[in-house]
Design a protein around this ligand. Structure first.
Ligand SMILES: *Cc1c(COP(=O)(O)O)cnc(C)c1O
Length: 429
């Protein structure tokens, strides 16, 4: 057997062995707020990062550690930090790297919540964002200024499902010595591993396909361990950090820990002091889901492709977007990067615009009308009137959202039933 285990094996085993004390095979849920110190010296070593160990569950918990190590293995990174939600993981990622006066260059086709964070919340904290066209890698380069601290993209953008050309954008990030942060929620590491393609930091909402059953909220960020923070423009890594013992993260950690300076600062500054930690109960739920990720994702992709092909011939659909659909604007990039499937999302335009979209969603019976994606159950939403209603019409159009757009998250039910439900609802328009 080679040292490197397969994805399927890691999805089930990474980060855990049977507990040596209890011999429990399953992952234990450690429902505890705190952990006893063995001695005064042990306590001092833990606080000064001389030794790793459990202190208090806001900073880390053994059940969360299994989840973090599993995600690290699946994403091919160096360390991960779990958070209370995907949104918290994104917030903590940004404030780990950027401070007042700094800029982000981000794709504009973002998850609605992330767009609001970048467009409305971070500016109040002095961090501003230049939004660019994810389909055009050169637009990232044009927006970079001396104040830029990171590039941000989603693997498969919301809501038009454009696939980012990660290798091309990573090349620009490297040239300008900036970290590339990728939200990999829609692909999951089963379909694509951004770090292998040159990304430095990967965020995932566990709420979606990783957990996979619509049963809990959580997020995680993975440090690729492949970015050198010692450039003085990353002030938070090079000036003594008053949030943590005056430590200079890029200078004082030594070569081994220095590689995961981002993950360490993320855990010890925003996770510890802002406090959006993940409950170990939810970690356990996500670990259950992750064990079957490699079985679910191919079926999500297969069902979604069948729906996309069906809708592309349907007289009541004016257009369909699915990265794996021949002729899709993202088809070529998807063919190159998403070799194991193009994921579970399909969006399409219903003839008759917004009223037809609303009618369709109200007529669906098997599909659930709700604001989530990545469940075993098929889900439908009309983003213009719900998840993206905060944006102006111009911002909506900029992010690829038209009033007729219906968003489908294709589940794992019988494909005949999924298509049958769409057909009966489309017939009512
Ligand atoms: C859902 C989602 C998020 C936010 O995650 P939460 O767990 O809901 O906070 C971020 N990015 C993408 C792409 C998402 O789908």
């Amino acid at each position: 057997m080679s040292d490197k285990r397969g994805f399927e094996t890691e999805a089930i085993h990474a980060g855990q062995v049977p507990d040596p004390t209890t011999l429990s095979r399953g992952v234990a849920v450690h429902r505890t707020s705190s952990f006893v110190f063995k001695s005064a010296e042990h306590a001092a070593n833990l606080f000064s990062l001389k030794e790793f160990g459990n202190i208090y569950s806001r900073l880390g918990n053994p059940t969360n550690a299994v989840l973090e190590d599993r995600i690290t293995a699946l994403e091919g990174g160096a360390a991960s930090v779990a958070a209370a939600s995907g949104t918290a993981a994104i917030f903590n990622t940004i404030v780990t790297i950027a401070r007042v006066g700094d800029e982000i260059v981000s794709a504009s086709n973002l998850y609605g919540g992330t767009y609001t964070l970048f467009d409305a919340i971070f500016p109040d904290l002095g961090i501003t964002t230049k939004f660019v066209d994810a389909r055009d890698p050169s637009s990232f380069e044009k927006a970079i200024t001396p104040k830029t601290r990171l590039l941000y993209i989603e693997t498969i953008g919301n809501p038009a499902l454009d696939v980012a050309d990660i290798p091309a954008i990573a090349k620009i990030a490297q040239k300008h010595h900036l970290p590339l942060v990728v939200d990999n929620t829609f692909a999951t590491p089963y379909l694509l591993k951004p770090i292998e393609l040159g990304a430095n930091i990967v965020v995932n909402s566990l709420t979606k396909w990783l957990g996979g059953h619509g049963s809990a909220i959580g997020g995680v960020v993975t440090d690729g361990g492949n970015f050198d923070w010692s450039d003085d423009k990353f002030e938070l890594f090079n000036k003594p950090d008053k949030n943590y013992h005056g430590l200079r993260w890029a200078k004082d950690l030594g070569p081994e820990l220095g590689k995961i300076a981002f993950a360490l600062r993320n855990r010890t500054v925003p996770l510890r002091n802002i406090g959006a930690c993940l409950s170990p109960d939810n970690s356990w739920i996500f670990l259950q889901g992750i064990e079957s990720l490699h079985v679910r994702m191919p079926r999500h992709s297969e069902n979604a492709l069948a729906v996309a092909e069906h809708l592309s011939k349907h007289p009541k659909a004016s257009w369909v977007r699915y990265p794996g659909l021949k002729g899709d604007p993202s088809y070529d990039v998807a063919k190159r990067l998403l070799t194991k499937g193009s994921g579970g999302m399909v969006v399409f335009g219903v003839k008759g615009g917004r009223p037809a979209g609303e009618k369709l969603i109200e007529s669906l019976k098997l599909f659930s009308h709700l604001a989530n994606v990545g469940d075993t159950k098929s889900l439908a939403l009309h983003p213009a009137s719900t998840s993206h209603s905060q944006l102006t019409e111009e911002q909506q159009r900029e992010s690829g959202l038209t009033p007729d757009l219906v968003r489908l998250s294709i589940g794992l039910e019988s494909i005949e039933d999924i298509i049958g439900d769409l057909d009966q609802a489309l017939a009512k328009i």
